[in-house]
Design a protein. Structure first.
Ligand SMILES: [Fe+2]
Ligand SMILES: [Fe+2]
Length: 196
């Protein structure tokens, strides 16, 4: 492999991991916002553990970027910013947790796809696997909480909210994925790519 090609691959990797890091940090921000919005003690326990996980994920990516001999790149137009362009900024605890759940579904799918990418560095795969294991609990506890809300307020409202967020999130993600492809990063199968 030529030196220039190696350098391009390394910078694409740092670019990608900086996006992951920024998304984890924004995820932690959103959980901090949720913590300030509720005084439900049970919710506080899960939200605090979840908040700590997302902050740790951001650190794992920071350390991985350092291992690559780089520093995290500033990210101004990351996943959550694009998501906000489509969804806006929900204000209620229910909406914020429903949106968090939809974003977590994406993270889980995305990190699994990335870990399966042929030729990926095993150190990056190891981080992806650690995070994916935590994300399972993130999805599970919010799902349980949403099921409780559905029992109280009716499942129709929750299902409609999740469906609406999933549709908007898919648009935001497609936009980001197209940009990645311009950077030479392709994780998705051709059938999932947006049509021009
Ligand atoms: Fe995370
Ligand atoms: Fe998460």
């Amino acid at each position: 492999m030529r030196q220039r090609e190696r350098m391009t691959q390394a910078s694409a990797q740092v670019w990608l991991l900086s996006y992951y890091r920024a998304a984890e940090l924004r995820g932690a921000d959103l959980l901090g916002r949720l913590l300030r919005k509720t005084d439900d003690p049970h919710l506080h326990i899960n939200l605090t553990r979840h908040f700590a996980d997302e902050a740790r994920h951001a650190w794992l990516w920071t350390r991985r970027i350092q291992e690559l001999g780089a520093a995290p790149l500033p990210v101004v137009d990351g996943y959550q910013r694009r998501l906000r362009q489509y969804v806006g900024l929900p204000s209620s605890v229910l909406e914020l947790l429903a949106l968090t759940h939809v974003a977590e579904e994406r993270v889980q799918q995305r990190y699994r796809e990335h870990a399966a990418r042929p030729g990926e560095d095993p150190r990056t795969v190891a981080v992806l696997q650690i995070i994916t294991a935590d994300e399972e609990w993130h999805l599970a506890w919010i799902e349980t909480w949403l099921a409780g809300q559905a029992r109280e307020y009716g499942s129709g409202q929750i299902v409609a909210l999740l469906d609406r967020y999933r549709a908007l999130e898919a648009k935001a993600y497609a936009e980001l994925a197209s940009e990645e492809e311009r950077f030479g990063i392709t994780l998705r199968s051709s059938s999932e790519r947006p049509r021009p």
